[in-house]
Ligand binder design. Structure first.
Ligand code: B12
Length: 312
């Protein structure tokens, strides 16, 4: 028993055993006090087996859709009960098969239907319900991102009109902006400037990245879309930002965007980390490499890069 309370894990080992990244573990501690590690004389955090067991449970429950803020302070007994319920539910769901889960909400389908019906308040309602039910990561990955991509496809093949896309974009944009504004930012958090290059009006990817960065402990200066390189650089200087995230959605492999990427690198200097993500990134591989920028292809990679930036 005493072994369970002996500080024996470094932050890396504790995070790995619980299936988390050290970044998420630090953010959970800072924001929700999920565990209270002791410190070595040199200030390094040390975790007990009990801490690791608690973190593993919290990780399982957030994967299953619980919000960390809602479960962070539960007693070990209550967490155990919740995990048992969750495991039972998972088993039942697996047996019955996802497709035939009676009454289980299919948020993506509902959101597409509300969009097709030009029902803005219906779409808002789906987003609200989904945000209470899903973790923020799943909300982005399983609803908002596929919703926008699907709307783009249905628009391309002529099933939906521009009006449908505009309505959905307006609702999603307001929803994400509201969510981002409500995020608590700890004083002294490093600042990330987020925008899209001049000529790219697509901003949902940028807003999704902003939500993610806020959740893991960054402060965000969101400039909206369509920013010329010199304006981005001026904002970075004025705000003392630690890094930039550029969302690249459209156009693909465009000469003008390529020159903007290189101009931005020149304007901010060699040292400032510039992260680039979005569906168009692959088409700028050369400029990204020449500008010593960091391509981001998944939320997990975003986590890893944000955690490794100087000053975090
Ligand atoms: C909404 C929309 C618009 C809106 C944007 C409004 C706004 N305020 O944002 C408006 C009406 C302005 C618009 C205009 C146009 N659009 Co448009 N648009 C879209 C649509 C439907 C959604 C865009 C979006 O938000 N995507 C969601 C983001 C999240 O997607 P993503 O960046 O690819 O996601 C990646 C990353 O975000 C990453 N990721 C996922 N989660 C996370 C989390 C984190 C933390 C991180 C870091 C990354 C990450 O993974 C994803 C995969 O790479 C897309 C369809 C689509 N497939 O995206 C078309 C689309 C991009 N548009 C298209 C086109 C053609 C246009 C126009 C040229 C149309 C026209 N003729 O005028 C103009 C161009 C305007 C311009 N100069 O920018 C095409 C582009 C085709 C191409 N060859 O590139 C698309 C793909 C539609 C299609 N299926 O054909 N559009």
């Amino acid at each position: 028993m005493a072994m369970n309370r002996t500080p024996q894990y470094s932050i890396g080992a504790a995070a790995r055993s619980a299936g988390l990244t050290p970044l998420v573990l630090r953010a959970w501690e800072r924001r929700y006090g999920v565990v209270r590690p002791s410190r070595t004389q040199t200030g390094r955090r040390m975790y007990t087996q009990e801490d690791v067991d608690r973190l593993s449970l919290l990780k399982r429950l957030t994967d299953a859709g619980h919000r960390i803020g809602g479960i962070a302070n539960l007693s070990p007994e209550d967490l155990g009960v919740l995990a048992a319920q969750s495991a039972l539910l998972e088993e039942v769901q697996q047996r019955v098969g996802d497709r035939s889960r009676e009454g289980a909400p299919n948020y993506l389908e509902e959101a597409l239907k509300a969009t097709a019906d030009l029902d803005a308040s219906g779409l808002e309602d789906v987003l609200q319900r989904a945000s209470l039910d899903l973790s923020p990561v799943r909300l982005r990955r399983e609803l908002i991102q596929p919703l926008m991509v699907e709307i783009g496809e249905l628009w391309r093949v002529g099933t939906l009109r521009i009006a449908h896309e505009h309505l959905a974009t307006a609702v999603v944009r307001t929803f994400l902006s509201g969510m981002n504004t409500r995020q608590h930012v700890s004083p002294g958090s490093p600042l990330l400037v987020i925008t899209t290059p001049s000529g790219d009006l697509h901003e949902i990817g940028a807003l999704l990245a902003a939500s993610h960065a806020l959740e893991v402990g960054y402060e965000v200066l969101y400039l909206g879309p369509n920013m010329p390189a010199d304006e981005i650089a001026a904002s970075v200087n004025a705000s003392h930002a630690r890094a930039i995230y550029l969302s690249l959605v459209y156009p693909l492999g465009d000469h003008g965007v390529r020159s903007q990427l290189l101009a931005l690198r020149r304007l901010v200097g060699e040292e400032l980390p510039i992260l680039v993500g979005g569906r168009a990134v692959e088409s700028y591989q050369e400029a990204v490499a020449a500008g010593n920028m960091l391509p981001v292809s998944s939320p997990e990679e975003f986590d890893r890069l944000l955690a490794s930036l100087p000053g975090f």
